[in-house]
Design a protein around this ligand. Structure first.
Ligand code: ARG
Ligand code: ZN
Ligand code: CA
Length: 243
C-alpha cells in the first residue's frame, strides 16, 4: 500500500416511501461520520478511558461519496439474504464492487440495523446494508442509533473485523489488544464494566465492534487497524481498493 487508502462509496437507495428516499444531506452525513470514526477525529474519541490510551488507534482510511443510485420499489422489507443486491429480485446490483464500497440503504426488517459481507466473498454481493432508520445523522435516523455508528460497525466487518466478544462466551475476535468480553454489551454500560472471562479484564465496551448504542462506541484499536490494513496489502482480499 503506497499512501493513504481512500475508498469510493456507492450508495444504493431502495425506497417505497418518500421518507425512505433519504436526502443527499443524510447520505453525506454518513460519509462524514465514517471519515471521522476511521481517522480518530470523532468528537468523543477523547472519552476513551486512560487504560486504553495505549491501544486506541487512528485507522487512517478515508471515504469519498462516489455516486448515489436510487430505485423506487414496492417492497416493505428486504431481509438479510441479499435481495436488495439483485436486479432480478427488485434490487440494485453493485457498481464496480472490486474498487468501490457499495452500501445499500433500505428497510431490512426484523429489528436488524445492518449487515456486511466479509472480505473474500462473491463480488456480486459485496458491500454493506444499512437500514435507512439507522443511517447518517439527520432525516430518518432513529435514536439511539442516530450517530452513524451502524455503518462504522458494518464497514469494520467489511474490513475483516469480528465482534469484540468473538460471537461466543469469552470468545476471540482474533485481535490481541482488545480484552475478552463475556458477550455483547447493549445500551451504554457504566465504566468500568468487568468481564468474568479469565483475568476479569475491564471490557472495552466503547469499541465500535461491540453492540452498544451509537453514543457508547467511539474507538478502534491498533490491533484492529492492523487487521484492516492487512486486507488492503499485497495479497489481501481487498488489495484492488489500494491501487
Ligand atoms: N447488529 C448489527 C451487526 O451485527 C449492527 C450493530 C450496530 N450497533 C450500533 N450501535 N449502531 O452488524
Ligand atoms: Zn456486527
Ligand atoms: Ca481480543
Amino acid at each position: 500500500v503506497n499512501g493513504k487508502i481512500q475508498i469510493p462509496v456507492v450508495v444504493n437507495v431502495l425506497y417505497r416511501t418518500t421518507a425512505e428516499n433519504i436526502s443527499l444531506t443524510q447520505i453525506q452525513s454518513q460519509i462524514d461520520v465514517l471519515n471521522q470514526d476511521y481517522n480518530a477525529t470523532n468528537s468523543d474519541y477523547n472519552q476513551v478511558p486512560a487504560i486504553f490510551s495505549g491501544v486506541k488507534a487512528n485507522v487512517g482510511i478515508s471515504f469519498v461519496l462516489d455516486q448515489v443510485i436510487r430505485k423506487s420499489t414496492t417492497k416493505t422489507s428486504w431481509g438479510t439474504r441479499d435481495a436488495m443486491k439483485k436486479a432480478n429480485q427488485g434490487g440494485l446490483a453493485p457498481t464496480s464492487p472490486t474498487t468501490k464500497l457499495n452500501m445499500w440503504v433500505c428497510t431490512i426488517g426484523g429489528g436488524i440495523l445492518g449487515y456486511a459481507q466479509f472480505p473474500g466473498g462473491s463480488s456480486a454481493t459485496d458491500g454493506v446494508v444499512i437500514d435507512s432508520k439507522y443511517f447518517g445523522l439527520s432525516g430518518t435516523a432513529n435514536y439511539p442509533y442516530n450517530l452513524g455508528r451502524t455503518a462504522t460497525h458494518e464497514v469494520g466487518h467489511w474490513m475483516n473485523l469480528r465482534h469484540i466478544w468473538g460471537d461466543a462466551t469469552c470468545g476471540s475476535d482474533l485481535v490481541a489488544d482488545t480484552p475478552q468480553h463475556n458477550t455483547a454489551n447493549y445500551g451504554v454500560p457504566t465504566y468500568p464494566h468487568y468481564s468474568t472471562c479469565t483475568g476479569t479484564p475491564i471490557e472495552m465496551t466503547m469499541n465500535y465492534m461491540d453492540y452498544t448504542d451509537d453514543r457508547g462506541m467511539y474507538m478502534f484499536t491498533a490491533g484492529q487497524k492492523a487487521r484492516m490494513d492487512a486486507i488492503f496489502a499485497a495479497g489481501g482480499a481487498r488489495n484492488s481498493f489500494a491501487q
